[in-house]
Design a protein around this ligand. Structure first.
Ligand SMILES: Cc1cc2nc3c(=O)[nH]c(=O)nc-3n(C[C@H](O)[C@H](O)[C@H](O)COP(=O)(O)O)c2cc1C
Length: 196
């Protein structure tokens, strides 16, 4: 095992991240995002919507009214976790989160958001609000159909894009003959093995 392998593995993970944006069969299509809520950890699954390499940045979409936005505004340092069970590979990243609402980045992603997904942002109730009785939290008229483009625009106010600018990355690859674990710091570009 040498540093050459480590660079090869890093490049392979980048390929999987790029593919994971559109390919829902790729396990990297989903990741776990953890935030800090009054010194308590909060984790949830989100969908990978974008990836850029320099700087190493991950994007997802969410509802501006959701709890995670309150938490990010309080403390923008978040933890990101991907796992590919077939390749026995875990990616763990630390990032700084930036909320984009009603700006150029949000508008561009919104334009590329399918009508079926847009209707989630037309939710009448604020996410996590207590319901007196069950409600799907999408406008009832669009339960079985997608909104047309014009009516879907009302969701834009609740839509936001979260940009996660990563500070460091840790890769763990499980092997019967000895796990491989290394860290890459993006500020120096340096990678080094760490004990499993
Ligand atoms: C497979 C899956 C994908 C999800 N994708 C997203 C997503 O991309 N964005 C999002 O805001 N919530 C997504 N959710 C819902 C979140 O996990 C979470 O329940 C919701 O965002 C509320 O989180 P919060 O109260 O911590 O803000 C997804 C849930 C699942 C199970």
């Amino acid at each position: 095992m040498n540093k050459k392998y480590l660079e090869k593995k890093y490049l392979q993970e980048i390929e999987f991240l790029n593919d994971g944006i559109k390919n829902s069969k790729n396990p990297y299509h989903f990741f776990t995002l953890s935030t800090n809520c009054n010194n308590n950890p909060e984790s949830r699954t989100v969908v990978l919507r974008g990836f850029e390499l320099n700087p190493f940045t991950i994007y997802f979409n969410t509802d501006l009214r959701s709890n995670k936005i309150v938490e990010i505004n309080e403390n923008p340092i978040v933890s990101i976790l991907f796992y590919d069970n077939l390749r026995k590979t875990q990616l763990r990243l630390k990032a700084n989160a930036i909320v984009h609402s009603k700006n150029e980045i949000a508008r561009l992603k919104w334009e590329n958001t399918a009508l079926q997904s847009r209707k989630c942002y037309m939710a009448p109730f604020k996410p996590s609000s207590k319901l007196e009785k069950w409600h799907p939290n999408i406008p009832l008229e669009f339960l079985d159909k997608d909104p047309d483009k014009e009516s879907s625009e009302s969701g834009y106010d609740n839509f936001c894009v979260i940009e996660l600018v990563c500070q460091n990355l840790e890769i763990l690859e499980l092997h019967h003959s000895g796990h491989i674990r290394f860290r890459k710091k993006f500020n120096t570009g340096k990678s080094y093995f760490i004990a499993t």
